[in-house]
Design a protein around this ligand. Structure first.
Ligand SMILES: [Ca+2]
Ligand SMILES: [Ca+2]
Length: 196
């Protein structure tokens, strides 16, 4: 039976389709016409990937164009606004991958205790933006007043790429001190715009 997938999908044999953050075709690079054994072709393909992944923020309010257009259909969203009145401003919604127009869309923090021999360790997985643009800072406190970023108390984040089309990754921090040890420790995650 004759297959017409090439026509239906509008692709050629050995096409590389590069998608943007909204999964739209950004560029097409054919590996038959552009032999990757030639270094200049590898460089062109690399630059296409970098251009497709570039964060564009035309109005320089630290909310990328594609995110503002997706949720507000315009670029006039303000990072400090809270249109769904859920207590999280737009920058926080962007940083933690939630919908700024839906108060029921909550951040994905799921703290849990993970057994480690006779002890339990507090582990905090959550969704964050993949890539750069935002610094995530994990801090520890015993009294909710004094917060420290001590690497002796909390592990560096492990990052799991999700590849689910949302542009987010799962980050996980763990306290190094067993959960049974006193004084008890609290963890908070802050998201700050990276200086560019
Ligand atoms: Ca913007
Ligand atoms: Ca909000």
């Amino acid at each position: 039976m004759e297959q017409t997938v090439w026509v239906n999908w509008e692709v050629e044999y050995r096409d590389v389709q590069i998608l943007d953050s909204q999964n739209r075709v950004y560029a097409v690079f054919n590996l038959t016409r552009n032999d990757l054994a030639i270094e200049s072709n590898r460089e062109i393909l690399k630059q296409m990937f970098l251009a497709a992944a570039k964060i564009v923020d035309s109005d320089k309010d630290r909310l990328p164009d594609d995110w503002e257009l997706r949720y507000f259909n315009k670029l006039s969203g303000n990072p400090a606004d809270d249109p769904d009145s859920d207590g999280a401003d737009n920058f926080t919604e962007f940083a933690f991958g939630t919908n700024p127009n839906d108060a029921k869309s909550r951040s994905s923090f799921q703290p849990r205790l993970v057994r480690n021999g006779q002890q339990s360790l507090l582990t905090v997985p959550f969704r964050r933006r993949a890539g750069g643009g935002i610094n995530y800072i994990a801090e520890v406190s015993a009294d909710f007043k004094n917060w420290t970023r001590s690497s002796t108390e909390i592990t560096a984040a492990s990052i799991k790429l999700l590849f689910d089309g949302t542009g987010t990754s799962q980050a996980t921090y763990s306290l190094k001190k067993p959960a049974e040890a006193q004084p008890y420790s609290f963890v908070r995650i802050r998201a700050l715009p990276a200086v560019q």
